[in-house]
Design a protein around this ligand. Structure first.
Ligand code: GLP
Length: 243
């Protein structure tokens, strides 16, 4: 795992932007794996700017998102489909049919999981996967204890994740209890992975990750089994790591 320590969140976003845009310039048919959450917002803002400022074209790019809440309509203000449309897809020249996000309204979610894994394999492999990290080490919605060989699956969100995400909903009761997420093995199929972490509230998670204890009780640690991972972290999130 390559570790890049940045001064602040803006620099984390800047560094990630450079790597994503380099990927697209290398291959304009790249497949990007995308994440939601607050962490990649600065990256998405810069990718939008890159269309006009740097002439980056998304016409042939495909995107595959990590996860989606179960039970939210695509149009729900807090669905991850809406998040991606508002923060990125509606502002760049990407075709909606090239953007893949699990369908959280599927009658039989297990069938949707199988279909989605086939998307990952047929549209992918993902060239570059963007990840954030949960305070408990979750990646996507792979909560502690998730099998490292897991493919796309339905997950029951743990209380701490629902509490963290409650800030986006009118009340915690409205945060969905279940989600569909790419599994750990699905994520590891990506050719390259960028894990972004910023802020003091991620410092414990970054410290645990960099202790190199590979353990399913801390899902992000499984990334040590992949040979092309770059952690981009700011000083606040890095502050508990002993140098
Ligand atoms: C969410 C998402 C993850 C994200 C994580 C951290 O639950 N499913 O993909 O990485 O939480 O979110 P944030 O970036 O807002 O801290």
């Amino acid at each position: 795992m390559k570790v890049i320590v940045c001064d602040n969140y803006d620099e984390v976003s800047e560094k990630a932007t450079q790597l994503v845009e380099a990927q697209i310039l290398e291959n304009d048919h790249s497949v990007l794996g995308l994440a939601t959450g607050s962490t990649p917002l600065g990256l998405y803002e810069r990718l939008v700017e890159g269309v006009t400022l740097r002439g980056i074209a998304y016409k042939n790019v495909c995107t595959i998102n990590l996860d989606e809440y179960l039970g939210l309509e695509k149009e729900h203000p807090e669905s991850y489909r809406t998040f991606m449309s508002v923060n990125l897809f509606d502002k760049i020249d990407i075709s909606t049919e090239n953007t893949y996000i699990p369908d959280g309204t599927f009658d039989t979610a297990e069938e949707e999981c199988l279909r989605y894994e086939q998307v990952i394999d047929s549209v992918g492999p993902i060239d570059l996967q963007i990840l954030g990290i949960g305070k408990n080490g979750h990646i996507g919605f792979n909560e502690p204890g998730t099998d490292s060989k897991s493919l796309t699956h339905v997950v029951e969100l743990v209380a701490s994740t629902r509490e963290s995400n409650a800030r986006f909903f009118p009340s915690i009761d409205e945060v969905p209890t279940y989600a569909i997420t790419m599994g750990i093995k699905s994520i590891l199929k990506s050719k390259k992975i960028i894990l972004m972490a910023a802020g003091k509230n991620k410092a414990e998670a970054v410290k645990t990750l960099l202790s190199k204890d590979v353990n399913e009780s801390f899902p992000a640690s499984i990334l040590w089994n992949h040979d092309n991972v770059t952690l981009i972290v700011d000083r606040d999130a890095y502050e508990l790591v002993k140098s």
